[in-house]
Design a protein around this ligand. Structure first.
Ligand code: ZN
Ligand code: ZN
Length: 198
């Protein structure tokens, strides 16, 4: 089945360009949410751990993951593992964890489209001719879920979030507020990390 989990127009606006990876992240996340039985997260109850790194273009996946799940960088509900892999683990403390990854056969098939020839010439996605962008997006939308994604239950997955605290103090050197877990002490006085010299 080719689930029609297609990002809303505002997601493309937020992301800035049309590429296949943001929509793939969106669809991956919606399928993971179906599997776990969770809704778009309003607060702080659902975590996403993308296995992406940096310095490779597929990181666009993460904007789709955030749009679909509500597990955003601003709420600190998403954190990269820097494994450099096209995968993510979705974790809800009450529902468990599931890992989705892009299948190599799918990645190889997608890589044959002109969109990637333009990318390899150094062209940014927004500069690529619209026909090439539409072509790859429509192709991705038509592919079956089980051709794109490998899905694995992760029954042993454990994660303990940092305990939230509103406690803060002023740095004795610069006078700016610092949240307590980041406070250091120098000569018995509270101090921020930059002022501490470390
Ligand atoms: Zn992108
Ligand atoms: Zn300071």
């Amino acid at each position: 089945m080719a689930t029609q989990y297609i990002p809303p127009a505002w997601a493309f606006e937020f992301h800035g360009h049309q590429c296949p990876f943001m929509p793939l992240g969106y669809r991956m996340a919606r399928l993971a949410m179906d599997k776990l039985g969770v809704e778009h997260e309003k607060d702080h109850g659902f975590f996403v751990f993308p296995e992406l790194g940096e310095g490779h273009p597929q990181t666009c996946l993460m904007d789709g993951l955030q749009v679909a799940t509500g597990a955003t960088y601003g709420k600190v509900m998403i954190a990269k593992t820097f494994y450099g892999k096209l995968a993510a683990v979705f974790y809800h403390p009450a529902k468990g964890a599931v890992r989705f990854s892009l299948k190599p056969e799918f990645v190889d098939a997608m890589g044959k489209f002109p969109f990637f020839a333009f990318r390899k010439q150094g062209m940014e996605p927004s500069q690529i001719p619209a026909e090439a962008r539409d072509e790859i997006l429509n192709w991705v939308y038509e592919q079956a879920d089980d051709f794109i994604f490998k899905v694995e239950d992760k029954p042993d997955f454990k994660f303990t979030p940092v305990k939230g605290s509103f406690n803060k103090a002023k740095c004795s050197a610069c006078g700016e507020y610092v949240f307590e877990r980041y406070l250091r002490t120098k000569d018995g006085q509270p101090i921020c990390i930059p002022c501490s010299g470390y």
